[in-house]
Design a binder for this molecule. Sequence first.
Ligand code: PMP
Length: 351
Amino acid sequence: MSRFIHSRYQAMEPYTPGEQPQGRKLIKLNTNESPYAPSPKVLEAVDRAQVELLRLYSDPEAKILVNAIAGFYGLEPAQVVVSNGSDEILAFCYMAFGEQGFRYPEISYGFYPVFSETFAVDGEAIALNDDFSIDITKYFNAGKTVLIANPNAPTGLYLGLDQIEEILKHNCDNVVIIDEAYVDFGGESAVKLLERYDNLVVVQTFSKSRSLAGARLGFALASKELAEDLNKMKFSFNPYNVNRLSMVAGAEAMKDTAYFYECTERIMKTREKTSETLKAMGFTVLPSKANFLFAKPGNMDGTEYFMKLREEGVLVRHWSNPKIVDYVRITIGSEEEMEQFCQITKKIVEG
Ligand code: PMP
């Protein structure tokens, strides 16, 4: 660190992304990417002509992408804001709605407390119940912006829309952000509540269910007024935040609904099969509505299991936080990858 850094950032702990090994052949189940390639329509659309157009800036209004998203969700384009990954939309939310502070679950996406530091927002982390569920009453009348990942990460636990609606009803005077990075794997989007709640922001990503993590595409769905606020942040930070190739890729991926449902259904099927296999081997596995499982081995601690998987060339995610140290988060890979993962796990637990 230099002596020039802003004093506010001297003690800041940045977010630690999951490992992205370059080149080495590993079974990579650590950052919740899709095991499947993007839609074939993406491959067709990102062609030579698009590459040649890279000399020009991208459309700051991202019309083709915004229209494709609005079309899929039956919203007006003015209700959609797009970004360079959903991390960036979350950043815009902190900028726009951070004045009174944020409230979020203590065990959730690791970026939430980091953004509180980055944007000097008062972040209040609320403990989960002992079974990792969220007590929604702790988010009632928050007097600050509420941010909940649904399904939650890394637990995979899901709140029904009736519970999300209760949170919205009890926060009429502040914004409620529902981060739906994993909602396409069996959950129901809160987007249908938008017509009744003007305090709701739904955040989604192309990184998981649409196989475009490397394209960096995220979006928010909200009332026109809230979307306008988020666009104000975007145009005050990086108007060309979505590059040309990603914009084309995202629009095609959003329109190819058949491929989207095919991939998400396959992943859900593999998830359920993997969960049953792990349970039969003595694991505790939380019921997941995401493209990952949060699981604890029966006969060793989470750290040991994590290390042994790594020795066998399998990457999963593990945290040293004592509340979840016994667990690992396992991304659902392809059918073959998960079979290999289960075989390796069997070897490990049988010693
Ligand atoms: N929200 C949650 C809950 C996540 O797990 C992630 C991915 N790590 C994100 C948002 C951000 O995803 P991206 O920036 O790739 O859209």
